[in-house]
Design a protein around this ligand. Structure first.
Ligand code: FES
Length: 171
């Protein structure tokens, strides 16, 4: 099913969520049940779902829509609006390279190139073993340390292309 069709009619149903592990769905349900109320908490629940599943494929969006009692189109609208939500899976260690002005001026594009060369993937892709993915970000607020690279929660500052191999070896 095409997402755009789904969004347009606003009431389509997705196939059962059989592919992703059921315990992960339970974790999201428990989170929702612990909320004082559902209204006004859609973004919070989507954050939780993304941290649990790693991304928000359409079946997870449908699941959230069902449990939050809102239309799938509304969930999809939120997920596609905020750049921190992703509908595609990331690597176990997602690499995010800041391409804000300060980082760019200090050579972030060369750092991106070095990661692409080392991992043999493009921006937005995941390595075949699922270990790494590469994304770029806008300013993350650490310009004094430009260029900045984050691998999962770990932050690297003043990164040069020559350090890329060593950074990858940390994981
Ligand atoms: S531009 Fe990269 S941290 Fe600000």
């Amino acid at each position: 099913m095409q997402t755009s069709t789904c969004q347009a009619i606003g009431e389509c149903r997705m196939p059962d969520h059989a592919v992703l592990p059921q315990p992960l769905y339970r974790e999201v349900v428990q989170f929702i049940e612990a909320l004082p109320q559902k209204e006004g908490h859609l973004v919070t629940v989507l954050h939780k779902a993304q941290s649990v599943f790693g991304y928000l494929p359409i079946e997870v969006q449908q699941f959230v829509a069902d449990h939050m009692e809102v239309p799938l189109a509304q969930v999809y609208g939120v997920v596609s609006f905020y750049t921190f939500f992703t509908m595609v899976p990331k690597g176990k260690h997602p690499i995010s390279i800041c391409m804000g002005t300060a980082c760019f001026v200090k050579g972030a594009d060369k750092v991106v190139h070095a990661f692409k060369e080392q991992l043999k993937i493009d921006i937005g892709d995941v390595t075949p073993d699922g270990k790494f993915s590469i994304d770029t970000l806008r300013c993350v607020g650490g310009c004094a340390l430009a260029p900045i690279v984050m691998v999962g929660e770990k932050v690297y500052g003043n990164v040069t292309p020559g350090q890329v191999k060593k950074i990858l070896a940390d994981f």
